[in-house]
Write a protein that binds this ligand. Structure first.
Ligand code: 5GP
Ligand code: MN
Length: 394
């Protein structure tokens, strides 16, 4: 299942050599040039010119919230650094860890010194993500540089989400923020250099572009990391899907990566106890059709005791929200998960009418309009009482 690494830059629509990110680089040869997009994908008759320039026909992965100068400064900072210190958010998900390890692997393959971490007090890669390549790049937060010359953060919307690595970020010579959270806005955002684009379906989209603009190849291992970010943040290509998302998936799969194995690791490796806790959570789910401006709310919770009964670690209950949100009567789904410290980690999802990102940000958390979260010290009923009035239209 392996193919040799190809030069990613051309496939990704960027020029590896020469000035990175020139606008005309988008005209680089790609499969889209051989098909007329939107007309049934019929091949163009030989010799006939395209009706419109390739640049216009190509649907970009992002709508371009990042200017060229910022990209150039980011590339220059990476190229000048003696060591690159990478970080992602605490309790990393597939997009955070995948994006970070992808760049780490690409830089290391180019002979660069790289260190990577995330700031959990109990530092451990979540069970679900242990298949990701590049974990030998990881060091515990205590061994992370206290004042890195260059630090790059992935999928981190606020500096607090760095946990134990927050001080390293404050002391960094240059702090490059790579993120796609709308809540990470320029006015309040952190970092000396910001590659932040809320139109990107995943931070992995930006990581891929960064690797391409550095002129580094993407091999099967790097592709596995990027694909994991893309597939998890799009809910297996259900949310935020554009032609560009599938273009990117196509480039990644073309490296020969084992998509079946990634699927099995991410969605078919739950401990049996998960099913029992899921059943308990579904049993006590509540539907409130009139909540959320009558768009409907479905919610439930999982206690520490529920998990203890089947020895299920906290990290294993992340997927419950994806089942609860299946209720068609509700635009908003909420799952409150009690962690080992007794705190309630709240996950909220919207189908598009209600802005859960704004609601969760108002309660001290953050996220996206359709997927967000926050931490609560109060029991579920009291937390819902705070959340309900904040569930308002986009
Ligand atoms: P999840 O529900 O999967 O934990 O998180 C959904 C989204 O909300 C993710 O993009 C995540 O980064 C964001 N999020 C979840 N919890 C928090 C939080 O406590 N603070 C912030 N800033 N973002 C959060
Ligand atoms: Mn993400």
């Amino acid at each position: 299942m392996t193919t040799s690494p190809h030069t990613w830059a051309a496939a990704a629509g960027h020029v590896a050599a020469g000035p990175p990110g020139r606008p005309d680089a988008l005209a680089a040869a790609g499969p889209e040039q051989r098909y007329r997009i939107g007309t049934g994908a019929r091949p163009r008759p030989p010799g006939r010119a395209a009706a419109r320039p390739a640049q216009q026909r190509r649907c970009p992965a992002r709508t371009g919230a990042i200017d060229e100068q910022t990209w150039r400064r980011a590339i220059a900072a990476i190229e000048a650094a003696d060591e690159v210190a990478l970080a992602c958010h605490v309790s990393p998900d597939g997009d955070a860890l995948g994006s970070m390890l992808a760049l780490g692997l690409a830089l290391r393959a180019a002979g660069r010194r790289v260190v990577a971490s995330f700031g959990d007090r109990d530092f451990a890669v979540p069970r679900l993500l242990r298949f990701l390549p590049g974990q030998d790049l990881l060091v515990e937060p205590a061994r992370y540089p206290a004042a890195p010359g260059l630090m790059i953060t992935f999928d981190v919307a606020t500096v607090e989400r760095l946990g134990m690595l927050e001080d390293s970020a404050r002391n960094a010579g240059e702090l490059l923020v790579v993120d796609h959270h709308a809540s990470n806005d320029t006015a309040s955002g952190f970092g000396t250099l910001r590659l932040v684009d809320p139109t990107a379906a995943a931070t992995a989209v930006l990581a891929e572009e960064l690797i391409a603009r550095l002129g580094l190849p993407v091999d099967e291992q790097i592709a596995t990391c990027l694909y994991t970010g893309l597939v998890t943040d799009t809910g297996s290509f259900r949310y935020g899907v554009t032609p560009a998302v599938h273009d990117m998936a196509g480039r990644l799969v073309a490296t020969g990566l084992a998509t079946d194995e990634i699927t099995r690791e991410l969605w078919e490796g739950n401990p049996f106890g998960y099913l029992k806790v899921l059943a308990t959570a579904l049993e006590r789910a509540t539907l409130e059709p009139l909540a959320a401006e009558a768009h409907g709310l479905v919610w439930t919770y999982v206690t520490r005791e529920d998990r203890a009964a089947v020895a299920l670690p906290y990290e294993e209950v992340e997927g419950i929200i994806d089942v609860v949100r299946q209720a068609g009567e509700a635009d908003v789904a909420v799952v409150l998960k009690q962690d080992d410290d007794g705190l309630w980690q709240v996950s909220a999802r919207s189908k598009g009418a209600i802005d859960v990102g704004r609601a969760c940000t108002a309660l001290g958390g953050g996220g996206h309009p359709r997927a967000a979260g926050f931490t609560s010290h109060l029991p579920p009923d009291d937390t819902l009482a705070l959340l309900r009035p904040l569930l308002t239209r986009m």
